[in-house]
Design a binder for this molecule. Structure first.
Ligand code: 2IT
Length: 444
């Protein structure tokens, strides 16, 4: 089996040289689904996996824009339309200097399985640009978004491809992107999700990724006879996902003692609650991408240049970006008696960390844990199609049910003695629906 997998990965690497994040994401999925794949020759005959790793379409384009000083800048825009077996391509746009084709292919690939897990009719896609909103003025960000959409608009649509936010793309950017799309197409449709509440957005969408991740962690805890209440949490990041997760953990009686940024992490022994949670939104709005001001504001500790996984906590929830927990971090968490890691970021742990965590702790991967974000995007699409707005409770209840069902799917496909292999469960659970739809739709 190992040699078959190596052969598959070697071929992939030859066809996509240098795309290391994409290879990492594919390898994890292949390792989980390989036995299942081999047991079902109909998948193999139709070369389902070989087709799944090839995006249906990749769009790359020039994004020129002019800064406040009149200087011209050129960024690169992307949209990877990965898989439309289950519905229109769906997934976020990331605006960050680290964005490459490899990163967006890994995210688009993961998104396909994640969206399948949500039970909603959405295919997988991802896009973005190597443009970073950090330190830019509102006017610059608006002009960039308009230039980006001036190309992207011809490739997307409410029944074709529905982008949303991700790192660097929040309500403000979605507003500028939507405005330009509407102007170019002369159509008011649900072509983007994460919209403002007065113009088609859904209640709970900003909170959804973090809330959903905590609901998922809660199901993991219930299986172990435990709950959120009384446990301490290490959270990384200080953006939208961290904010949602921290709010929900507090509501359910847990205590969060860390957040982090590219500059280091905050250790707040008293717990990040009340006004401190609202302050995260302020910090975010400054556009500086540093977490240190929190320490000055609330007298907490700032540990420069380090990550929060060295703090003794019960539960860890990475909420920032890919590969932010490595093998040493995983061992350190385990040594400090952390017993559960729920990944709210996408591919937050390196491959060797995943292996270690799966063996020594209770670990669940991003594509299951953070699926609440895109799930509520799916609910935003439904509300747009029906031209109605559901109340908060309705959206939150649907989110709760979806997270319960995703957890159930992971348990169903990931049972391993009395432990659950959430990686295997999420990968096979996500794979089956996409694979069956691809089989039914013929060789396309
Ligand atoms: O990674 C993700 O699932 C997202 N950034 C959300 C995508 C979406 O379409 O809401």
């Amino acid at each position: 089996m190992k040699t078959d997998i190596s052969e598959f990965i070697r071929t992939l690497e030859e066809r996509t040289p240098g795309e290391k994040e994409f290879h990492q994401a594919v390898e994890e999925v292949i390792e989980s689904v390989w036995d299942f794949y081999k047991m079902n020759p109909r998948y193999q005959r139709a070369k389902i996996l070989e087709r799944m790793v090839e995006p249906e379409r990749v769009i790359m384009f020039r994004v020129p824009w002019v800064d406040d000083m009149g200087e011209v800048h050129i960024n690169r825009g992307y949209r990877v339309e990965f898989n439309s077996a289950l519905g229109p391509y769906k997934g976020g746009l990331r605006f960050h200097r680290s964005v490459t084709l490899s990163i967006l292919k890994f995210l688009g690939f993961e998104q396909t399985f994640k969206n399948s897990l949500t039970t909603l009719p959405m295919g997988g896609g991802k896009g973005g640009s190597d443009f970073s909103p950090r330190g830019k003025s509102d006017g610059e960000i608006m002009r960039f978004c308009q230039s980006f959409m001036t190309e992207l608009y011809r490739h997307i649509g409410p029944n074709t491809d529905v982008p949303a936010g991700d790192i660097g793309v929040g309500g403000r950017e979605i507003g500028y992107l939507f405005g330009q799309y509407k102007r170019l197409k002369n159509e008011f449709t649900g072509v983007l999700t994460g919209k403002g509440l007065t113009w088609g957005g859904s209640l709970i969408r900003p909170e959804a990724t973090g809330f959903g991740a905590v609901y998922f962690a809660q199901h993991m805890l219930h299986r172990l006879g435990k709950d959120i209440e009384g446990h301490t949490f290490a959270v990384s990041g200080f953006g939208n996902v961290a904010w949602g997760a921290i709010s929900k953990i507090n509501e359910l009686g847990g205590k969060v003692v860390t957040i982090s940024g590219p500059d280091g992490y905050i250790y707040d022994q008293e717990g990040i609650s009340g006004d401190k949670v609202d302050y995260l939104l302020e910090l975010r709005a400054t556009n500086n991408d540093i977490v240190q001001p929190y320490a000055d504001e609330f007298g907490a500790k700032f540990i420069e240049g380090r990550r929060p996984w060295e703090v003794a906590v019960d539960i860890a929830m990475p909420c920032a970006t890919e590969n932010e927990v490595n093998l040493d971090d995983a061992k350190e968490l385990d040594k400090n008696k952390c017993f559960l890691l729920a990944e709210a970021s996408n591919m937050g742990c390196t491959a060797d960390a995943v292996e270690y965590l799966s063996e020594h702790m209770n670990y669940a991967p991003g594509k299951a844990v953070n699926a609440g974000g895109v799930a509520v995007s799916g609910l935003e699409m439904s509300q747009n199609s029906m031209r109605i707005n559901w109340p908060k409770e309705e959206v939150d209840n649907r989110l709760k049910h979806i997270m319960r069902d995703i957890h159930h799917t992971c348990v169903e496909y990931g049972k391993n003695g009395n432990k659950i292999d959430y990686v295997k469960g999420a990968n096979i659970g996500g794979f089956v629906k996409v694979a069956d739809a691809m089989l039914a739709q013929g060789i396309v």
